[in-house]
Ligand binder design. Structure first.
Ligand code: PLP
Length: 281
């Protein structure tokens, strides 16, 4: 079952007008929220980031937190599977095609659920491959905008060569992945690029930095150069659906000793432990 503009319905029955500005202009924002054991993970942070995205496109939040909580609970209950991920999508609504904002238009609100499957065992054990590319996106990457064409093309570049992610460099510095945040390890210290308009403030990124602090993992948030990325002892990516994953090949070269490294293994275990604790309530 999906939620669309006030109603729960099977996805086959859901219809969106052709003039919806999400369809015409990509004029909208979204969130992806993992659900474990039927409980949304870090919901407060996801709703805060949604508000940030809505503010970024000057669109009033169509729901208060309580309403979001209720709608999300209804969608989770309406779908099979204890582990799901929710896709929330809000557009400026349907109006005559004109770039400027329309007046008195009701936003389109969609929430849908997909089963959340853990990453393939092989990717966890052996790590994944990534490639690099120049970050050719706009400079408001902190807004989780539905207009994702650059991200789509960048991710496809990875898929075309059998890699899982494209890691982006702007002006010689690491920003993030096409659909993930990136960490690396240098001199046994976990490094993360600082939040800015050039990357999405990842919820999993925050969790990993919190876990590093709580578990005495040496870490630093600072600009990371291309050279540091290419000579890293370890590289890992984070996202709500992939959690933490080691990158063991970059542009066809081995990262570190070619296996998921000790800091990845430690943080992965901390993450699983933290998830289990939160889900038990
Ligand atoms: N950066 C980009 C461009 C993303 O699309 C995503 C998630 O899809 C992330 C980072 C990771 O964010 P989160 O951990 O909140 O899923």
């Amino acid at each position: 079952m999906i939620y669309l503009n006030g109603k729960l319905m099977p996805i086959e029955e859901a219809c969106i007008p052709v003039l919806d500005r999400g369809f015409i202009f990509g004029d909208g924002v979204y969130e992806v929220i993992p659900v474990y054991s039927r409980r949304p993970f870090r919901l407060t942070s996801h709703l805060l980031r949604l508000q940030h995205s809505l503010d970024g496109i000057h669109l009033k939040n169509p729901h208060c937190d309580k309403e979001w909580h209720d709608l999300i609970a209804q969608v989770i209950a309406g779908n099979d599977g204890d582990d799901q991920y929710l896709y929330l999508h809000i557009t400026r609504g349907a109006a005559k095609r004109d770039h400027a904002f329309p007046h008195n238009v009701t936003p389109t609100v969609l929430i849908m659920s997909t089963p959340l499957l853990p990453p393939a065992r092989e990717l966890l054990v052996k790590g994944a491959s990534a490639i690099t590319a120049s970050d050719n996106r706009w400079i408001r990457c902190d807004i989780k905008a539905i207009s994702l064409l650059p991200n789509v093309l960048l991710r496809q570049m990875a898929v075309d060569v059998g890699a899982v992610e494209t890691i982006l460099l702007r002006d010689g510095f690491l920003t993030e992945g096409a659909a993930s945040n990136i960490f690396l390890v240098k001199d046994s210290v976990l490094l993360a690029p600082p939040k800015s308009h050039l990357m999405l403030p990842g919820i999993t990124y925050d969790v990993v930095l919190e876990l590093a602090a709580a578990n005495n993992v040496l870490h630093e948030v600072r600009e990371i150069s291309e050279d540091e990325l290419r000579t890293a002892e370890e590289i890992m990516l984070t996202s709500s659906t992939k959690e933490i994953m080691a990158i063991t090949r970059l542009d066809n070269k081995i990262v570190g000793d070619g296996e998921p490294g000790p800091l990845f293994t430690r943080l992965y275990q901390c993450y699983q432990h933290y998830k289990a604790t939160v889900m038990r309530g």
